[in-house]
Design a protein around this ligand. Sequence first.
Ligand SMILES: [Zn+2]
Length: 461
Amino acid sequence: MSKTLFANAFVVSCNAGVGDVANTDVLVEGDVIKKVGAKLDRTGAEVIDATGMILMPGMVDTHSHLWETPFKGRVAEGWGMEYFTNVHPLVSYFTPEDAYAGIYAGLVESLSCGVTTMFDFNTCIHTPEHADAALQAIRDAGIRGVLGYDLRGKSPNSKPPLAPGAARFPDIERVRGTLSNEPTDLVRLAVCLSDVSPDTIDAAVREIEFSRSLGCRMSWHCNKAGEIEAIADRGLFGEDILPAHGNYTTDRDLVLLGKAGGFLSTQPEAETYAGRRSMSMVARGHRVGVRVALGVDVPVIMNLGLLPQMRLMHFLQRYMDGAVERHEGQVPVVRRPGVPTLDARNILDFATVNGAAALGLGEVAGQIAPGFQADIVLMDTRSFGMAEGDPAGHIVLNSSSGDIDTVMVGGKLRKRGGKMIGVDLEKMVANRLAARDRVYKKAGEVPGGLHKTYWGWHKEA
Ligand SMILES: [Zn+2]
């Protein structure tokens, strides 16, 4: 069995038993963390000197649409609903090869930024071959990946298209039959539910019962008030259903979510860039026991990786807390119990412990402790030194993706010394751009011509 010893690290474990410990070794055997302690036996182990590094759990992105990766920069400054009108129509033109190119590039970028687990909320499945391409991309990238098989299926141009909703059940059963879906598996399957509303709740009930019958966890775009309550009213809400966004959730929704031991997946950059959404659900949920997790969501708009999401979450929550205090006449603002709502430690947990648990991996990933899968990140602090105070503060406030030196997933090194392992980056980028150009050609578009095509204010300029 392969052995790797990370020597002399500053361990930020996100595990209550291990805590934060300086000058500590972490021994990995096979795919598992075997020991954490000072001066461990190195016999037979490949030793990685982690002096000057923070050793932390790999981060968990609980909601991204990786098929969009070829269009990085498109509608980067979109406002309001422009993302939906400018990006979503393109999915129709994707072949399985295009989907593979986008998803693989997104997974590699995520790994490079220290994300070791990805929930790919895949809205680009038009045929069984598209689903297979997504699974292959996860396998080839070597990330811990969950394929979120979307039931909605907006794919008018694909032939023959998989119709939306229950028509997709047989293909989901087929994919499920190819996977054991154990928590320690690197490739797993989840189901993305159709929209939930009073009109469609019967369909949602069928989808939830179907998903549970396969042992699949679920997620959906929770973009309206009362959706969690609608599912709970049918007695079906459980922590295995992960609402994404939840910006419009009512307090009642969040209380029900908290009572179920549930999670909320928020994407701070994606939810704020277009000026459409409230972010109050994070604090409201946090106060009633909802465990918050993070994601990137739309790689057309922003880079993958969770360090920017954590930092924005930190400042955004403080901004909102301060606004409420000032609104209520508390000037100057003063620290009191519950204000500010979050600290860096909470937010680091969002990206690690909570993210893993939100995907059903709470027992196997998101923490550095014996028995957990060896999903490990080394963050280099040597250039500018470690920040003082809570080391979670260094990670959330004082680091960048460029500091991610080493990434291990399930005991296998995917990045070392700042360089990706086993990835032909040139080919990956070429494939990504070729996929973009094929899709644009079918859609009758030209790369770089988009501003004029879509945005009136650019046309007039
Ligand atoms: Zn989304």
